[in-house]
Design a protein around this ligand. Structure first.
Ligand code: F6P
Length: 341
């Protein structure tokens, strides 16, 4: 009999609960046990733990958020925390950890592997930036929300003949802006992977106006570079990532465009709406497949890796291969979106 310890690390993403349910149900099939740690690594360090039963995971498939809570907490920063993880792993007689997490989780898991703590990471993040999977849990739901927000913003932008800048999440990659913009018919998309000049965006908007399009929707990823010299002294978090909400990318780009085009402009920051709410069917199915596969890999003695999906097939990528890497937005989709600008 195996004993899995499960926790959620990073920012939440719709479909986490579906993944917890999948891990638990697959484990119960094998007569294995599952313990849940509350609020991510805080729970593992502080041994805030509970037994997961069939009852615990009943009815959680469509729920957003995480029944176990979630946090961004870097236990690598303090050797005492690593020691506590080792002790609690032993105390709870765990076989391995199942970490529902993101790129930072992979970095942590890779280090814990060196310390003798085995794990499997199930990738979740609306950003879709994890190396080792084509899609991460939560991305599809967030893109669906962006697409539907763009539908709504079209009518108000058109009625007022405005430029509407829509800022999506996506800390270092443009997947959300790109796929959301594709789904919602953006007139321009600005992402970190594709260099841009604000003057060219403005010229494009003016060209559209001359062609009789009296409004434009510009989708921008929060992690996109700012025009000019606004990219220095960026505040970072405890993992060294930029704190994008302080960069005000959507507002800054809107102000530049208004100045250059003299067309009235507004900004909508979609923010945490993208991370909230019930997961789409695609995210439920992805989470279910990844959760069940994580247990399958564990039962085959395969661990210290990221379980992912590539070209519809389940894949296993070693932590050491994924750690420190980033899954950047695929430029072929930008070429596709550009046809509709
Ligand atoms: O990692 C997902 C993400 O939603 C990013 O797109 C965003 O920059 C970040 O999390 C926000 O994190 P927090 O929840 O810590 O504000």
């Amino acid at each position: 009999m195996k004993r899995y310890g499960i926790l959620c690390d990073g920012g939440d993403a719709p479909g986490i609960n579906a993944a917890i349910r999948a891990v638990a149900r697959a484990a119960f099939e094998e007569d294995d046990e599952v313990l849940g740690f509350q609020d991510g690594f805080f729970g593992l360090v502080g041994n805030d733990v509970k037994i997961i039963t069939k009852h615990t995971v009943s009815g959680i498939l469509p729920l957003g958020g995480s029944i176990l809570g979630i946090s961004r907490f870097n236990p690598l920063k303090d050797p005492k925390h690593i020691q506590a993880i080792k002790e609690n792993f032993k105390k709870n007689a765990l076989t391995l950890l199942i970490l529902i997490g993101d790129r930072d989780t992979i970095t942590i898991a890779n280090k814990l592997a060196d310390e003798g703590i085995p794990s499997i990471v199930i990738p979740k993040t609306i950003d879709n930036d994890i190396y080792g999977t084509d899609y991460s849990i939560g991305f599809n739901t967030a893109v669906t929300k962006i697409g539907s927000a763009l539908d709504d913003l079209h009518s108000t932008a058109s009625a007022h003949h405005r430029v509407m800048v829509v800022e999506t999440m996506g800390r270092e990659t443009g997947w959300l802006a790109l796929f959301g913009g594709l789904a919602g018919g953006a007139d321009y998309i600005i992402i970190p992977e594709v260099p841009y000049k604000i003057e060219e965006v403005a010229a494009h908007i003016e060209r559209r106006k001359k062609e009789g399009k009296n409004f434009s929707i510009v989708v921008v990823a929060e992690g996109a570079p700012l025009p000019g010299d606004g990219n220095e002294n960026i505040e970072t978090d405890e993992f060294g990532h930029p704190v994008n909400r302080k960069r005000r990318v959507g507002y800054t780009i809107m102000e530049h465009l208004e100045k250059l085009t003299h067309i009235k402009s507004r900004t909508t920051v979609l923010g945490y709406i993208q991370r909230g709410g019930t997961p789409t069917v695609d995210d439920r199915i992805l989470a279910t497949r990844l959760g069940v596969s994580a247990v399958k890999f564990a039962s085959e003695g395969k661990f210290n890796g990221v379980v992912g999906v590539k070209e519809e097939k389940i894949v296993f990528t070693p932590l050491s291969e994924s750690a420190g890497k980033i899954h950047r937005a695929d430029k072929k989709f930008y070429e596709l979106a550009r046809i509709f600008f």
